[in-house]
Design a protein. Sequence first.
Length: 336
Amino acid sequence: MTGRFGKWLLTAALSSVLPACAQSRHAARVEPRTPPAQASSSALAPAPVQPAPPAEHAEAPTAPVTAPSPEIVPVHNADLPADKPTVAKIAVAATEDQEPEIAPAAATSKPAEAVPREPLVDALQCFLDKRPEEAVALLGKYEKTNQDLFLCLLPLAARLTEVNVSQLGDHETAMILDQMNSLAQPLRPRAALTIDKLCFCRRVYGFGAYEPLPDGHSFKPGDDVHVYVELRNFSSEKKELAPGQVAYVTQVVCAAEIYDGTGKVWRRDQLVFRRERPDESRSLRHDYFDHCQFYMPNIPPGRYTLQLRATDVPTRRTVKSAPLPFRVSDLAVRGS
């Protein structure tokens, strides 16, 4: 009886004590901690004393839980465990898997070799310094044709550093023109042979002097046809006639072909225009023309074109003209 009564007495005592302990624990966890400056006077009053639980069931008081403020803490490699790879170790491991890149060796700088000075530069300086004899000696390195061109250009260039073209006198200007013409002469035989003008004419008197036929003029088979042609960049050969007497010979051969509207050639044997003899002049020619003459072949009426080909005999340069249109009819229609 005593043992059963003792168990009942212990159960009743625990039931009265445990709710109070639970309430105190809940209050300690939930209620916010009041700062000392804002605590009320009632907080200073002593709390009611609760009966202490038996020693074997007492729990240690729990301190209020507050969340720590976030704080950035630097991480050092020494703080990491030895088995954890650091960023530096990872980078090293990545580079170790790749082939090492070999930087190109720095180019050894060598002193630049001095470029030989062109004699032309020194020759120009000699003309600027009024020392033409030395300039002529310096130009001896070049080919004869080049020397002749330099001896015309360099004195003129030196002169134009002293005076403007508008300040030149008439005699000096004429001398410069002669020099420019002498410059062009050795270049003409090397330039492309060019046809400057081509037309049908009624009469031809000389260079630039002719009576052209009107556009749309019609020929009939057997008509006498005259063609005027101007040429540029022809060559002339110097010929000695007698002691102290020279002439310049220009020899150009012209030929032509006639085409119908379909491009068919109606004159297989070319229309060749030959002078009685090559052009000969006591003075060097700067312009040249040819008077080509033939009889219209017996071809059907219709529209045709004539193409002329000129050949400079000494240099064998050839040029072909643009198509020159004309008509052929049964009845001769003469232009005015």
